[in-house]
Structures are given as structure tokens and as C-alpha cells.
Design a protein around this ligand. Structure first.
Ligand SMILES: Cc1cc2nc3c(=O)[nH]c(=O)nc-3n(C[C@H](O)[C@H](O)[C@H](O)COP(=O)(O)O)c2cc1C
Ligand code: SF4
Ligand code: SF4
Length: 258
């Protein structure tokens, strides 16, 4: 069984390709319904669970961590759990955090791997999407990387094959908790005047956190936000902004995301 969370489609793309290579048809997205209920039932009993999600501030996205803590997954008794994280650059000590979450559930944590994919984070000074050339290079390289990861999952590897990056301890142990506390607010999200009121951002939010106002003219954001940035990247006319931080920044969506 593959369980994935995605904002702009990179993790869905990787999850789908892994699923095809494992000839496993059980693939579940963590979104509104599953996140709310915390319940997943495997279609048939399975011996491997593969978790696929993006790296957020050198750690597990809080929405995924919260889900793991309360998850009730039927049909996975005795299964090995593998983690595959997609990241723009590096993942710090994410492996330790995920292993702890999994073992606290009494589950068996096996391998941890990362795949470099195009960057999606744009909400702070100095952070932007990759150039088209770099994004293309990362996507091209991902095929070979997935083959390696699938081989690791198939043989039941139990080690980490992770790009930790420099200063991993500071990034995961100091910056990650700070980021969660102070840099994940959805409050700065807004639509600028050019918004056409098409409602795409509201329909696409994986947490159902965006509603249209009563005249269906403008979106407004609620408090249940994963900061996945799908609403920002998916607006066809670039009308979603995050305070002033996203002014002039680029947009990216994985082409294989649906
Ligand atoms: C809130 C947020 C934080 C991120 N933090 C990191 C990070 O610490 N390291 C990194 O390499 N990429 C980081 N990224 C980039 C994503 O992990 C990467 O682009 C990923 O492939 C996006 O996957 P998705 O399309 O499935 O959402 C971050 C993206 C977001 C939205
Ligand atoms: S997707 Fe863009 S144009 Fe459409 S409602 Fe949302 S902000 Fe407005
Ligand atoms: S409001 Fe935007 S950033 Fe927050 S969860 Fe929904 S799509 Fe993602």
C-alpha cells in the first residue's frame, strides 16, 4: 500500500511511479476525508506500506505527522513501513523523526529514502521555485532514483539513503520547530484584484481550507492549512499571494500530478 500527501504533485508523481513498479494498486491520498477520519482500509492485506510526502523545513509535514499519530490503518498487520520523501534540496534529519513516529505506533520502520524534485517553497525571502532548466533536470534524474528506491523497498532494506545536507542538526532540531510555530500561518494568504473568482484554488485545496465568499467572487482561507502551497501554485492567473513574500516569485506544478 502506498500512502501519500502532496501539494504541487511531486509526491503524487513519485507515489504513482513507485506503485506501478511495485505492481501495487492500493494507493491512498492523505486529503480531506482520510485526514479527518484517520482511517484507511487496505483493499487486501499487505506486507509493505510506503509513505510518500514532501520535506517541510527539514522535517515531516505536520499534517502527515499528525495523521500518523492518530491513524487507524486496517490490513497492515506485521507490515514493513518505508518512507520516501521528495525535497527540493535536502532533508536534514527527517529519517529520525519519521522512524520515531512509526515506532511509537508499534510499527516496523524499514528504509528511508529521498528524491530531489523541483522546489515549491516561495514564502520567505531568498526562496523561489527552480529555473525551468533545473526543474527539468531534477525530473529527468528522478526516474533513475526511483528505480534505486523501488529495489530497496523490494528487498526490504532497513537503512537510510537520504540527502541530509549541511548543518542538518540545526535545520531539523532548531529551524523545524521554529518554522512550525511561527512560519506556517495561513493568515497572509489572499487573492489580489485580478482574481476571476473561478474557485479552482478552493476546489483543489487538499484540506478543504478555502471557501468562496457569498457572491462566489473571492476565496478566503480558514485555519486548517498544511502550507502545501497548492492554492498558490495552481491559480491560473497568479492571483494568490502570501503577504508580500510571494511578489514576483515563480510558480510550479508537476505535470503528472493528476
Ligand atoms: C512548507 C514547505 C517547506 C519545504 N521545506 C523544504 C526543505 O526543508 N528542504 C527541501 O529540500 N525542500 C523543501 N520544500 C520543497 C518541497 O519539499 C519539494 O519541492 C517537494 O517535492 C514538494 O512536493 P509536493 O509537490 O508533493 O508538494 C518545502 C516546501 C514547502 C511547501
Ligand atoms: S484560482 Fe485564482 S482566480 Fe481562481 S478563485 Fe482562486 S485566486 Fe481567484
Ligand atoms: S489553503 Fe492552500 S496551502 Fe493551505 S492546505 Fe489548502 S491548498 Fe494547501
Amino acid at each position: 500500500m502506498i500512502i501519500y500527501f502532496t501539494g504541487t504533485g511531486n509526491s503524487r508523481d513519485i507515489a504513482t511511479r513507485i506503485s506501478m513498479m511495485l505492481t501495487d494498486d492500493d494507493i491512498v491520498e492523505l486529503c480531506n476525508e482520510t485526514l479527518r477520519s484517520g482511517v484507511i482500509s487496505a483493499k487486501r492485506s499487505c506486507d509493505k506500506v510506503v509513505w510518500v510526502f514532501p520535506v517541510y523545513s527539514w522535517g515531516v509535514p505536520p499534517v502527515v505527522a499528525k495523521f500518523i499519530k492518530r491513524a487507524d490503518i486496517q490490513g497492515i498487520e506485521g507490515a514493513e513501513h518505508h518512507m520516501v520523501a521528495t525535497c527540493g534540496d535536502d532533508a536534514g534529519l527527517i529519517a529520525n523523526q519519521w522512524r520515531k513516529l512509526i515506532s511509537n505506533k508499534g510499527w516496523k520502520a524499514a528504509s528511508v529514502s529521498t528524491v530531489v524534485m523541483p522546489n515549491t517553497y516561495t514564502l520567505m525571502k531568498g526562496f523561489d521555485v527552480d529555473s525551468e532548466i533545473l526543474a527539468k533536470q531534477k525530473l529527468e534524474a528522478s526516474g533513475e532514483r526511483i528505480a534505486v528506491i523501488v529495489e530497496r523497498i523490494k528487498r526490504g532494506a532497513t537503512d537510510d539513503d537520504v540527502i541530509k545536507g549541511r548543518y542538518a542538526w540545526i535545520k531539523s532540531r532548531i529551524i523545524y520547530p521554529w518554522f512550525i510555530k511561527f512560519a506556517m500561518s495561513p493568515k497572509p494568504f489572499h487573492a489580489i484584484d485580478s482574481c476571476s473568482g473561478c474557485g479552482l484554488c478552493a476546489r483543489q485545496c487538499p484540506l478543504g481550507n478555502i471557501n468562496m465568499d457569498k457572491d462566489c467572487k473571492r476565496p478566503y482561507w480558514g485555519k486548517e492549512c498544511a502550507l502545501c502551497l497548492r492554492c498558490y501554485h495552481i491559480c491560473p492567473i497568479g492571483a494568490v499571494q502570501y503577504g508580500k513574500a510571494t511578489k514576483g516569485k515563480g510558480r510550479y506544478l508537476n505535470k503528472n500530478r493528476s
